[in-house]
Design a protein around this ligand. Structure first.
Ligand code: CU
Length: 488
């Protein structure tokens, strides 16, 4: 009896310690905040950790988003119409889930354009709530960028125009309204935007040897709904169900040749570390903002929210007919069936790009410092929360400046934050004083840092206007882990 009571006390002590661990971010709060926070904490206790992903059962052939048909197209101009819509999508056992999509019920089409083109996009908000249309990675004037200031109210239309001034890249678009970004992306508002270049000699037959792979983990309610308010976690909403291009339990059938995968981490908060189950090497050829200088041979690829990687996978190397793309935890992300017949492949060039960080830039003084800190509702940049009426920094158009980004390690360790800047593609100068690895030495619009890491990046804006910079864990962004820079 006495022994049992001691065991009981020990268990209770264990639970209390666990609870105080979960409440660790309360340490710096005053008592009013504490009361509020304890209330919230009760609700949040259940989703403290990242949800475990389920392996794909490989039941549904992967499909690819449609390529958006232009309203009109000439050599140097293209016109599109993009509508934010709502609808119902069948994911789970034929049950209907209420979803959002662009020009459809879930996700969006691929919008394609080329460098030098004048692009006109008619935007239509057919949702019952406000939204914005943000072009992630596109170097457009601040006014066209679709940040939280550019609200398109329910039922409204707007037309934007810009000229494409950057090289080939896999970019994307998503909403960015104040406090609603995470919910709207979670419900399905995500589309790809390709800047094309016909002279690259890369696999480019869309849906055949050039395949988009949009990774998004979701948590469905018992009613098979994507009810964001029910499942949200202030430190980043994760789910147990992985959708690729909106397909649940996907499998892929590919030709036995070199195939290009354009992978987007379109998840609210989850990081992925991907590799193949046979441990084969592949080549990363591009990062967020375009081609690397040369193909980078690797067996693994890490993507934080909003990051992209283009990889070339040589499926002739697969000895059998089956190979699986897996995540770090051994979860099957995408089972792949390789067809028997070997087909000719394109020869991938060894010199893809000519990017460099000059000695002048390496020796430049840091002129902007960014400190990322906190967890949950207490996330900040430079100890501040986002204020739409406050400009945090200014920078001259076309002037290169070196920014220092630090993920501040706190007493409790902190967490990884993917830091994103709108309207520019930057280059990483150094991470913790060292040259960046090859896969991070191309153009980037997001840099993901572990607690304690510090990076220098070379940032230049080609256009003028007000741009956001923020953490791309969407819940952190919505919680105010964001600032703004005016380029003039
Ligand atoms: Cu963050």
């Amino acid at each position: 009896m006495k022994k049992m009571r001691i065991v009981g006390i020990l268990i209770l002590l264990g639970l209390l310690t666990a609870c105080s661990m979960d409440n660790r971010n309360n340490s710096s709060m005053n008592s009013t905040e504490m009361n509020h926070s304890n209330h919230r904490m009760d609700e949040e206790m259940g989703h403290e950790t990242t949800a475990n992903l389920k392996s794909s059962k490989g039941e549904h052939e992967l499909t690819f988003p449609k390529v958006l048909k232009p309203d009109s197209l000439t050599d140097n101009a293209v016109v599109y119409t993009i509508k934010a819509q709502q609808g119902k999508t069948k994911f789970l056992n034929g049950f209907e889930t209420e979803t959002y999509g662009y020009n459809g019920r879930f996700l969006g089409p691929v919008v394609r354009m080329e460098k030098g083109m004048n692009v006109t996009i008619h935007l239509v908000n057919e949702l019952k709530e406000d939204t914005t249309f943000h072009w992630h990675g596109l170097e457009v004037p601040g006014n066209e960028d679709g940040g939280p200031h550019k609200v398109l109210k329910a039922g409204e239309k707007e037309t934007i125009q810009f000229n494409v001034k950057q090289d080939a890249a896999t970019l994307w678009f998503h909403p960015h309204p104040m406090h609603q970004t995470a919910k709207q992306v979670f419900k399905g508002l995500t589309g790809l935007l390709y800047i094309d270049d016909k002279n690259l000699n890369l696999p480019d037959r869309y849906g055949v040897d050039d395949l988009p792979i949009i990774l998004q983990d979701k948590k469905f309610t018992d009613e098979n709904q994507l009810d964001y308010d029910q499942v949200m976690n202030a430190d980043g909403t994760t789910g147990d169900i992985l959708l690729i291009n909106g397909v649940i339990d996907p499998k892929l059938t590919v030709d036995r040749k070199k195939v290009r995968l354009r992978i987007l981490n379109g998840s609210n908060a989850r990081n992925y570390i991907l590799r193949f189950n046979n441990d084969m090497e592949f080549q990363q050829i591009a990062s967020d903002g375009g081609l690397l200088n040369r193909p980078y041979n690797t067996k693994t690829i890490q993507l934080s929210p909003s990051e992209r990687a283009e990889i070339i996978v040589d499926f002739t190397k697969v000895k059998t007919n089956e190979v699986t793309l897996i995540n770090e935890d051994g979860v099957n992300v995408l089972p792949i069936h390789v067809k028997e017949e070997k087909l000719p492949s394109k020869q991938i060039k060894q010199n893809l790009n000519q990017l460099q960080v000059s000695d002048e830039i390496k020796n430049k003084k840091v002129t902007k410092k960014i400190k990322l800190a906190g967890m949950m509702q207490h996330v900040t940049i430079n100890n501040k929360k986002f204020d739409p009426n406050r400009i945090d920094f200014t920078q001259k158009q076309n002037k290169m400046e070196v920014w220092e980004i630090e993920n501040v390690k706190d007493a409790m360790g902190g967490m990884r934050h993917p830091f994103h800047i709108h309207g520019t593609q930057f280059q990483v100068v150094s991470i913790d004083g060292k040259e960046p690895p090859a896969n991070l030495s191309g153009l980037k619009d997001t840099i993901s840092l572990e607690p304690g890491q510090k990076a220098k990046i070379a940032v230049k804006f080609k256009r003028k206007g007000i741009y956001m910079y923020h953490c791309h864990i969407l819940e952190h962004e919505d919680n105010g882990m964001m600032g703004q820079i005016e380029v003039n």
